[in-house]
Design a protein around this ligand. Structure first.
Ligand code: ADP
Ligand code: MG
Length: 158
């Protein structure tokens, strides 16, 4: 049997302000179609929630984005889409939220955004956009986007 070849590409961006990170998020948000999974990876204060704020704005939603650290999942409504914003910070076991996550994956009009995904790594699809954010200094962040060919449309023209 032939081995599947995993072909993922990556792209990097430098952001010089929270606004710039939101703008990057908004540009990607405009391209969302439903069914996407976006994994956000960084240290605390890296800018995952800030990026998500822009992403949600980009979908046309005017819902306010806040950190789901305590609620674990926030939902935002856009015209066609529901954005499920998960944050598993400090959870050693996703518990019932794993079921919520599975339901979000099944929503064809859903976009799943996950902060601190380690605890649910075993249920994440390989077809996802992974964004690694590295803080360079107080206001500067490096974004590295890694994506399979099937999600290339999310980064087109960035
Ligand atoms: P996380 O969700 O990764 O913990 P947040 O988005 O909640 O991070 O917080 C990021 C913090 O860093 C905010 O206080 C934001 O104002 C600040 N910040 C400074 N520069 C940037 C930047 N270039 N991009 C994103 N956030 C930035
Ligand atoms: Mg956060």
């Amino acid at each position: 049997m032939a081995m599947p070849i995993s072909t993922s590409s990556s792209m990097q961006f430098n952001s010089v302000s929270p606004q710039a990170s939101e703008t990057l998020g908004a540009k990607i948000g405009q391209k969302l179609r439903g069914g996407e999974v976006i994994e956000l990876v960084s240290d605390l204060g890296g800018g995952k929630t800030t990026f998500t704020r822009g992403l949600v704005q980009g979908t046309g939603s005017n819902n306010l984005v806040s950190s789901p650290t305590f609620t674990i999942c926030n939902r935002y409504r856009a015209k066609q889409l529901t954005i499920y914003h998960f944050d598993f910070y400090r959870l050693s076991d996703a518990g019932l939220m794993e079921h919520e996550l599975a339901e979000a994956f099944e929503d064809p009009n859903g976009v799943v955004v996950i902060e601190w995904s380690d605890v649910v790594a075993h249920v994440l699809l390989t077809k996802r956009l992974t964004i690694d954010i590295t803080a360079k200094d107080e206001d500067s962040r490096q974004f590295k986007l890694t994506y399979p060919k099937s999600l290339e449309y999310l980064v087109e023209g960035l």
